[in-house]
Ligand binder design. Structure first.
Ligand SMILES: [Zn+2]
Length: 265
């Protein structure tokens, strides 16, 4: 048997209100014994922390997603700052930049992203970064941040060209792969994932989104990170057991506060 760490989920969302316990039970059965729930707003971050308090295998990331930054109320950022102190908060995010949707003016997205990066540097926690249709802007912001001192983190749901991957890897960042790697037309992404250094690779579901083949189109859930892992293992021509062990080790190196939380619980 192997163990997997689903490093990106939104299990706090209403899609799981009916059957969250069953979803967590299926994850456990599939060998998924650690799950990161990533907040997208102050209230979602609170819920992520509440889930982490209720379940030993759940950990939380807290932050304000670029698409939700425009909707942030007074006090929301302070709420995030308070939550960061919680023993089961192992990362900052979800943060980043998004040119696909236009829910938040881009300048405001940049401002929030910089805040999250500073918080990550100050706390030593890694950032969970969302980047959609803005490779150039993301490279510029990340480059600017790295000049001010190293920041650890993951480029979540990575699906940018190899030269972009190369730059992130040079900065010491990790790349997270979702069900997108399983889609038939994404042969290019399977070729890319085959080239990622073994110690920088993470697997994730992004539940409830991006369900992997053969579940594509359904509500995604953490148990199916096993399908993502199997696909990545095949692309890299290693066993699923090997891939699972390596990605779990990577996740625990990046989200190292998870180990402290487990030891004290
Ligand atoms: Zn997300």
């Amino acid at each position: 048997m192997f163990e997997l760490f689903d490093t990106h989920t939104h299990l706090d969302q209403e899609e799981f209100h009916e059957d969250r316990e069953a979803v967590l039970a299926r994850a456990r059965q599939a060998g998924v014994n650690r799950i990161l729930v990533v907040g997208i707003s102050a209230s979602s971050s609170c819920q992520a922390v509440a889930l982490a308090e209720q379940h030993p295998e759940v950990f939380a990331a807290v932050g304000i997603h670029p698409n939700y930054a425009a909707g942030a109320q007074e006090g929301d950022w302070e709420q995030v700052l308070r939550l960061v102190e919680h023993p089961k908060v192992v990362a900052i995010g979800e943060t980043g930049l998004d040119r696909h949707w236009d829910f938040t003016p881009f300048e405001l997205q940049v401002e929030y992203f910089r805040r999250h990066l500073e918080l990550a540097r100050r706390t030593g926690l890694p950032v969970v970064v969302h980047s959609r249709e803005c490779d150039q802007e993301m490279l510029e912001e990340m480059g600017r941040a790295m000049e001010q001192g190293p920041v650890r983190g993951v480029m979540h749901s990575f699906c940018s060209p190899p030269e972009v991957a190369q730059q992130y890897l040079q900065w010491g960042l990790y790349l997270g792969f979702t069900g997108m790697v399983t889609y038939r037309r994404n042969e290019w992404l399977r070729r890319l994932v085959a080239q990622v250094p073994e110690d920088r690779l993470l697997v994730e579901t992004d539940s409830p989104y991006l369900a992997p083949v053969p579940h594509r189109g359904k509500r995604n859930e953490p148990a199916w990170v096993a399908e993502v892992a199997a696909c990545v293992a095949q692309a890299r021509q290693v066993s699923l057991e090997h891939l699972a062990q390596q990605t779990t080790q990577n996740a625990l190196r990046l989200f190292d506060k998870a180990l402290d939380a487990q030891q004290t619980s």
